[in-house]
Design a protein around this ligand. Structure first.
Ligand code: ADP
Ligand code: ZN
Length: 738
């Protein structure tokens, strides 16, 4: 520091300063003095003083934010650089791009790049013991000592505890052998990630697959921007085929990330990767512990991690040299993040590829309308895999018209579906009953006074969860014990459950088929990814006859014995006021029914519906995807909805209904006038209250060629200061309209 003082006292010396971006909700960098002798380059991580704290920041290559030069004497100095690889310039540009596009504070975007705290902490070396090869036998040789030495003879370094446990003795025995000089303490080397071998297995492809493989390999080995939509029914070999682009990128020495919906990160996928590349990929998801997150982060930054498989946040690991991004199940809504930074990871993958000049593969059996349109107009290469690789036909899909074949009173399965389950059980095959609704019943009401139990903090009914004996709010987590009597009129035993959830269907199943083995797949009944993997594995191994599941079952699983899929309520997604309601229902029903009959026999899908003539239902049943696409794309085009137009949502919220309503109206009043941009609303949100927050929505619609972000920024500059607890959230390219 004395050097710094000397320089500061010399009026002719200019101190070197650097802009630093901090992971906070601010849209600017802060300048810091570089102490003499410290070398800093853009992209480097540093500790800096910030207010009363020390914080981690990133050295940027240019100042961002309001230009108000701060006197040198007021600047603080960088404390120290952190010993991790610095971010490549491309990553800085990527952060800027996302901030500009999503209108999130750039500090919050940078924060997504720092999501592994332990990566920035010094590694604490761990110590263990190893055998001293040519030591003389210890003076007192006991059976326990003999066992320990036998274990250690393989030369591996183990912690004392692990060695003692392996030998079945106390750690005192190990200590004794250290004292006698037969074991020596040494540092345990850091684990390294194994390197996948692109040529571990050579796969033979069918002619149709070969065309896609050829093009994908070429794209992944060139250093050019290219996007392919890999489009083929479940079982057509998409995974097998995109593994070839993974192999090509790995062979050219670049890193790969495969993004999957969180729930599809099954051990099945990991095993399959290992079979193809000789070792498992590097995993990145919410179930990783803090030390492992740090290890993966650093391995991505150093280049040691060659192929990462993860959920959407895997896009924000600090890859040293990324050559390929695969987005599997690219249509999945889980790629859209809805809090803090609102972004669509699939779209950001394409942006990153453009900035970094590399390849992207978007794979799906039911691609999003956006990707279809991009494939049609030539922006993306369209690689189509026509049928199932096994040659087994796609399942036969039938609608069950619930108007003419209703279920018995208080039951949910129609006689036709019951018969189909009977047949399937008789053949020792699996049935999947799908209902996209957690819990026992979506509504509980009083038979006497008609009172419906609502969440006290949200405009939503409480959902009964009978296993937990609770009523739960699916929006805020509020819960109460299931009441015996009506909370309003106090009539005893008057509360009844209305409508089915998966738990209620499983109750009916257990009654009808008492000898069948039942598995329920619902996120609230399974604590985490690890447990989920176990349940999925047991189903794969045939340990269930009837599976009852929510949308968890729609994602990427492969159940070899599954022959019949029954959709308990096919109409569930259709009623929503959402421009993607039809698309989503089509995708979900197609994906779920597509789980049936993959290996030897043709499967079947039975959809219970009150709307058998609805165009979405018709497309599913006839398998006429093209007709569905034509219609859906035509509708989007006519209404100027994405991808033909651009949308942004503004959500105003406050504990006070008056305040949120008044401010939402003020926001609308201040919308800049622009000829081709329309501002709809404000309207009370369909979910008017969440967690006690009253919500009002505005929707902005613009043609594609308009600078929507510029418009929104100008608008935000016009807004008055927000009073009290008012909040305004901007959601560019919204996927939720609730
Ligand atoms: P998708 O990802 O489209 O659902 P998969 O890649 O999982 O399809 O392929 C379905 C099944 O067919 C898998 O068991 C896979 O191993 C097998 N398969 C696909 N293509 C080939 C191939 N060229 N050679 C051998 N097996 C293949
Ligand atoms: Zn609630």
């Amino acid at each position: 520091m004395s050097g710094l003082l000397e320089l500061a006292n010399d009026p002719n010396a200019r101190l070197k300063r650097v802009p630093v971006l901090l992971p906070v909700a601010l849209d600017q960098t802060y300048d810091y003095i570089v102490p003499p002798g410290m070398q800093l380059a853009p992209g480097e991580f540093v500790h800096v003083p910030f207010g009363p704290q020390h914080r981690l920041g990133i050295v940027w290559d240019k100042p961002i934010g309001p230009e108000k030069p701060i006197a040198e004497s007021k600047l603080k100095a960088v404390i120290q650089p952190i010993d991790v690889p610095r971010l490549p310039e491309l990553t800085l540009r990527f952060v800027e791009w996302i901030a500009r596009y999503s209108l999130a504070p750039i500090g919050m975007v940078a924060r997504m790049m720092m999501s592994a705290k332990t990566a920035f902490e010094p590694v604490k070396p761990r110590f263990g013991v190893a055998i001293v090869p040519d030591a003389t036998e210890p003076p007192r040789m006991t059976p326990a000592r003999g066992k320990v030495l036998d274990m250690a003879r393989d030369g591996n370094i183990r912690t004392k505890a692990a060695l003692a446990q392996a030998a079945g003795c106390s750690s005192g025995v190990v200590d004794g052998l250290v004292q006698s000089g037969n074991l020596v303490e040494c540092a345990i080397p850091e684990k390294v990630f194994p390197q996948p071998n692109p040529d571990h297995v050579v796969v033979e492809f069918s002619d149709a697959q070969q065309v896609a493989v050829h093009s994908l390999r070429a794209q992944a080995s060139s250093r050019n921007y290219a996007v392919t939509l890999l489009d083929g029914v479940t079982g057509s070999g998409k995974t097998e085929v995109y593994y070839e682009s993974v192999a090509a990128a790995l062979s050219s020495g670049r890193q790969v990330v495969i993004m999957l919906p969180e729930i599809a990160l099954t051990s099945q996928f990991m095993r399959r990767f290992e079979a193809r590349f000789g070792c498992p990929p590097v995993e990145w998801h919410s179930a990783l512990g803090a030390p492992e997150r740090g290890r993966v982060w650093k391995a991505a930054a150093s280049g040691e991690a060659r192929c990462v498989v993860g959920a959407r946040s895997a896009l924000f690991l600090p890859y040293a040299d990324l050559g390929l991004i695969v987005v599997d199940e690219e249509h999945d809504g889980g790629f859209k993040q809805e809090d803090r930074v609102h972004y669509q990871a699939r779209d950001m993958a394409v942006v990153r590829a453009n900035l970094g000049q590399h390849a992207v593969v978007l794979a799906s059996a039911t691609p999003s309308i956006e990707s279809h349109v991009n494939a049609r107009n030539g922006r993306y290469t369209h690689a189509v895999l026509p049928g199932r690789f096994s040659g087994v036909e796609m399942p036969e899909i039938k609608a069950i018209d619930m108007r003419s074949n209703p279920a018995d009173k208080g039951k949910w399965l129609s006689p036709i579906l019951v018969e189909a389950v009977n047949e399937t059980l008789a053949k020792d095959q699996q049935t999947l009953l799908f209902l996209n609704r957690r819990g026992y019943a979506p509504l509980t009401l009083c038979q006497k006074c008609g009172h419906r139990i609502e969440c006290p903090q949200c405009s939503a009914w409480l959902v009964e969860h009978r296993f937990r004996k609770q009523l739960n709010c699916h929006h805020c987590g509020f819960h109460l014990p299931t009441p015996e009597s009506c909370p309003k009129c106090e009539a005893p035993g008057s509360m009844v459950a209305c409508g089915p959830g998966v738990e209620r269907v499983s109750e009916e199943v257990a009654e009808r088929w008492p000898d069948a083995r039942i598995a329920i797949l619902s996120s609230d009944l399974i604590p985490g990814l690890v447990e989920m993997r176990q349940v999925i594995k047991s189903i794969e191994e045939g340990e269930a006859d009837i599976i009852i599941g929510t949308q968890l079952v729609a994602k990427g699983h492969h159940f070899p014995d599954l022959a019949t899929v029954g959709i308990v309520d096919g109409d569930l997604g259709l009623g929503q006021a959402d421009p993607r309601a039809g698309e989503r229902t089509f995708q979900l029903l197609h994906q779920v029914t597509g789980r049936a009959g993959r290996e030897q026999v043709r499967g079947r899908g039975l959809i219970q519906t009150h709307l058998p003539d609805h165009p979405v239902m018709d497309a599913i049943i006839t398998g006429d995807r093209e007709a569905f696409l034509e219609r859906e794309i035509g509708m989007r085009q006519a209404a100027m909805l994405p991808p033909y137009g651009r949308l942004a949502a503004l959500i105003v919220s406050s504990k006070s209904k008056e305040l949120s309503e008044a401010f939402a109206k003020e926001v609308a009043r201040r919308a800049p006038r622009a000829e081709r941009i329309s501002v709809l609303g404000p309207a009370e949100a369909p979910l008017a209250v969440i967690r006690g927050q009253h919500r009002w929505r505005l929707l902005v619609k613009a043609p594609r060629d308009i600078d929507l972000q510029g418009y929104l920024r100008a608008w935000m500059d016009e807004l008055p200061q927000m009073k009290g607890d008012l909040r305004l959230v901007l959601d560019v390219d919204p996927y939720s309209f609730l």
